[in-house]
Design a protein around this ligand. Structure first.
Ligand code: FES
Ligand SMILES: [Fe+2]
Length: 455
């Protein structure tokens, strides 16, 4: 545990050593119960607002037995419906084989089975030979079932529980502390998805702590310490780097390298991350880092290197129409590097780029999950690249080298947890508090799995 970071009051919560049973990860019964107790009750992020820019644009989202159509119904309105025809239950929109979801655009949904039609408002507008039902097929009986939707941070969120709390109440401190980052302005740089041989919680928990960095990613050791704190934030958690007093801003994503010459180590670190992860930085940040040795004298103190690097990158981005939000360094520090938004979405935010992960069950097999990785950044207006979800198996070279190091732990953890000799996880009470907090909150939904004191 770092002695240098001031520990905020919130850090006290869940700071006692805890242990978590394996039921939530490996039990088939638990995996089945998640459908009704968790997934049909909780807000879930299903895509970006800009993915359906025109009226009639839609995408589908699948979570266990439920498939939803998310459609733009008006320039400022997005709605979601259950993706099922009210006649005999055929899915209205099919997901093409091998695709992550179904997509399209139109003014109506036409069922391929018997031709019933639905408009964007979900009304059934055409039933062939409707008179055969002798007037009993009332409009309300056959409209598409609506699902709650809202937007925040540029994402579309859904909740299948008609009595759910408002999205902003659910997001709570995450929405407050992330507000200065203006996440709605970010656009995808790339996005990939795959299926892991592990539970969705195992996959998320490979990314919600810094404790693993020196051991899973030993290449990072020369660039400085990548260890950090973890805080319970009600239903959510956040993590950030430990930083010396006076360098509080270094708790966030955009931080300089360690060692004797921060000019050199920052450049080396930026090049390494750009080439081997293609996340957590941008071309501008890399370019400016590569000029630090030429533009700053030897012996420049680390805080000055950090200031120069970020101010120069900010200015050069602004010159090409990429305006970073201006955020108080204390707010950067308090927000950390990533938020674990309950239950299954991680936002790894920064001033000009972002790395997000989602995980969800892949059927009822507790040993499988769908995992998604998306990298975002700020672009000049209208210049964001066109991207789509690319299915990318874990051994595909397009993942480069860093993320596959994380992937290599997934199935090994899942299998290890099933061993008779394993007595439950024992997350680090300082660095892995997000793990304990996830299970504390899951237990409220699931009625089982509460972390216990490590006696
Ligand atoms: S199931 Fe859709 S029209 Fe028959
Ligand atoms: Fe990692």
């Amino acid at each position: 545990m770092s002695e240098t970071t001031e520990t905020p009051a919130a850090a006290e919560e869940l700071s006692q050593p805890l242990t978590i049973g394996v039921e939530a990860y490996i039990s088939e019964e638990y995996a089945r119960a998640e459908r009704d107790r968790l997934w049909r009750k909780v807000w879930q992020q299903v895509g970006r607002v800009e993915e359906i820019p025109e009226v009639g644009d839609f995408l589908t989202y699948e979570i266990l037995d439920d498939s939803l159509i998310i459609v733009r119904t008006a320039p400022e309105e997005i709605r979601a419906y259950y993706n099922v025809c009210s006649h005999r239950g055929r899915r209205l929109v099919d997901t093409p084989p091998g695709a992550r979801d179904g997509r399209g655009s139109g003014r109506q949904f036409v069922c391929g089975f018997h031709g019933w039609r639905y408009n964007l408002e979900g009304q059934c507008t055409h039933v062939p030979e409707r008179e055969d039902w002798q007037g009993r097929l009332g409009d309300e009986k056959i409209r598409l079932g609506a699902v709650k939707t809202d937007t925040w941070g540029g994402w579309i969120w859904i909740n299948m529980d008609p009595d759910c709390e408002p999205l902003l109440d659910h997001l709570g401190p995450a929405a407050v502390l992330l507000a200065p980052f203006q996440l709605e302005r970010f656009r995808y740089r790339w996005r990939r998805w795959l299926v892991f041989d592990c539970n969705w919680k195992v996959a998320l928990e490979a990314f919600n702590e810094t404790y693993h960095v020196p051991y899973t990613h030993p290449e990072f050791i020369p660039f400085g310490a990548f260890l950090g704190w973890s805080r319970a934030q009600g239903r959510h958690s956040n993590i950030g780097y430990d930083a010396p007093k006076g360098q509080e801003g270094d708790q966030g994503k955009l931080r300089i390298g360690g060692g004797t010459d921060a000019r050199v180590s920052t450049a080396e670190m930026q090049n390494f991350i750009w080439e081997n992860a293609n996340t957590n930085t941008t071309e501008t940040l890399v370019e400016v880092a590569n000029r630090l040795v030429a533009e700053l004298p030897e012996g420049t103190p680390p805080t000055e290197v950090a200031r120069y690097w970020l101010e120069t990158a900010r200015r050069e981005d602004a010159e090409r129409g990429v305006v970073w939000p201006t955020i108080d360094p204390q707010a950067v520090a308090a927000s950390g590097t990533a938020w674990q938004v309950f239950p299954n979405f991680q936002i790894g935010h920064g001033q000009n780029n972002m790395l997000c992960y989602s995980a969800r069950p892949h059927g009822y097999d507790p040993d499988k999950c769908v995992f998604e990785v998306a990298v975002y950044q700020l672009y000049p207006p209208g210049e964001a690249p066109r991207t789509e979800w690319l299915h990318t198996p874990p051994d595909d070279p397009d993942w480069r080298t860093v993320l596959p190091q994380d992937f290599s732990n997934m199935a090994a953890v899942q299998q290890g947890m099933k061993t008779r000799g394993f007595t439950g996880t024992k997350p680090n009470p300082y660095r892995e508090r997000a793990v304990a907090n996830l299970h504390r909150n899951l237990a409220e939904y699931m009625g089982t799995g509460e972390p216990r004191d490590l006696a």
